[in-house]
Design a protein around this ligand. Structure first.
Ligand code: FMN
Length: 375
């Protein structure tokens, strides 16, 4: 089933709440996460029929010259604000489930769902950077984070059933008198899981309506999705799969390639990515440590900077670079492999989103991948 309407290929604006968005680049025009600009791009995307807005949950930056993510707006509170400032897009919260209780999340999601008239969604992230959690006095355990996350989800999900107060005694949580009111307007606001390892996919297969994942080997996306869907089916679920895409779109291919080269090669911020690789390695999932799946092997390889053509594009983020027609061809290829949608990520959202909306969306309609946002 789809939570976000009937378009064959859907889009989510990703990362506007954080400085640098998703781009580890030192280019001076990089995204600064100024609130008025965040509102402007959110409203622009909303009016154009972009399906959802998806923030990044962050508590510190990656260092390096740009200190990517050093500035970030908290995702529950900004979702409530954006809910009031937009009309149709789904409004996701990205929640570190190690930092909040299921009861808090159930109440906060219900709040956003009422403010937005039924547009809230919860993106569950289990965390990877120990330095982000130490200011909260919390430790991340790479081997058990998804087991804990699954128990967290089961409590959250049961809370949203409504009904009388219940107690919960499990492996990780011991809670009494669980109950929430109001319930969300949507029976179950969509749950997304942003994960990529084998362990992460096993979690998503049990908890998520949407798996939001990375692309390490584009030609193998179809296989990865088929395997994931097979796993989800064993749990009686039929989630959708979205992937991370970063876009550089210009009238000519040369202009697009030159701009990508400028900001993601010449102006890449290697120190940020070196820190990312180090920290992510510290909490690698068990499946990644053992190379359990193709995705796990790719994660380990992706953390090595050597040989990556665009070091200023995040590992696992699939770059689509070219003319509006080139982008549409690539989205069609992803759709044909079973991908339900992907992210809109730009170096500078305000500078680049208008061209994308004006030139790519009408072509998506003509290609049968989307319907007009006016229909
Ligand atoms: C597409 C995507 C988006 C993510 N967004 C966030 C985020 O906003 N905040 C965060 O701390 N981690 C984020 N993560 C990290 C995951 O939640 C997870 O903790 C990390 O990928 C380690 O799990 P893995 O073993 O599945 O790779 C994201 C991961 C992916 C693949």
């Amino acid at each position: 089933m789809s939570f976000f309407g009937s378009n064959r290929f859907k889009f989510g604006l990703f990362g506007i709440n954080c400085s640098n968005g998703m781009t580890p680049s030192r280019a001076p025009e990089r995204w600064r996460a100024e609130w008025p600009e965040i509102v402007q791009v959110a409203q622009m995307a909303d009016a154009a029929g972009v399906e959802f807005l998806l923030p990044i949950a962050k508590w510190r930056g990656l260092g390096g010259e740009a200190n990517m993510w050093g500035r970030s707006f908290e995702t529950f509170t900004q979702a409530a604000a954006l809910a009031a400032l937009t009309k149709q897009a789904g409004i996701f919260v990205t929640a570190h489930v190690s930092l909040i209780t299921p009861a808090f999340a159930a109440k906060a999601i219900a709040t956003i769902d009422h403010v937005s008239n039924g547009r809230a969604g919860l993106n569950i992230v289990c965390g990877w950077n120990p330095d982000e959690f130490s200011p909260h006095g919390v430790k991340i355990d790479g081997a058990r984070r998804y087991d804990r996350g699954l128990e967290w989800f089961r409590i959250y999900d049961r809370l949203l059933e409504g009904g009388p107060a219940f107690d919960w005694t499990g492996q990780f949580f011991d809670m009494q008198g669980l109950q929430t009111d109001p319930l969300p307007l949507q029976k179950r606001p969509p749950v997304m899981s942003a994960a990529q390892s084998g362990d992460g996919q096993a979690f998503a297969a049990q908890a998520a309506d949407v798996l939001f994942t990375s692309v390490h080997a584009p030609e193998r996306v179809g296989e990865t999705i088929a395997a994931f869907m097979g796993l989800a089916a064993t749990h009686g679920r039929q989630p959708e799969v979205y992937v991370e895409t970063q876009l550089v779109c210009r009238p000519t291919r040369k202009e697009a390639l030159d701009y990508a080269h400028y900001y993601a090669v010449e102006m890449a911020d290697p120190d940020a990515l070196a820190y990312f690789a180090r920290q992510k390695g510290r909490t690698a999932s068990t499946s990644t440590r053992t190379g359990a799946s193709e995705a796990d092997v790719a994660i380990a390889q992706g953390l090595e900077q050597a040989g990556r053509p665009y070091p200023g594009i995040f590992p696992g983020m699939y770059p689509i670079i070219g003319t509006p027609d080139d982008l549409v061809s690539e989205f069609a290829r992803l759709a044909n492999m079973g991908v339900a949608g992907s992210t809109l990520v730009f170096l500078n959202y305000l500078q680049e989103l208008p061209y994308f909306l004006d030139e790519v969306l009408p072509r998506m309609e003509r290609a049968g991948l989307r319907q007009s946002s006016l229909s």
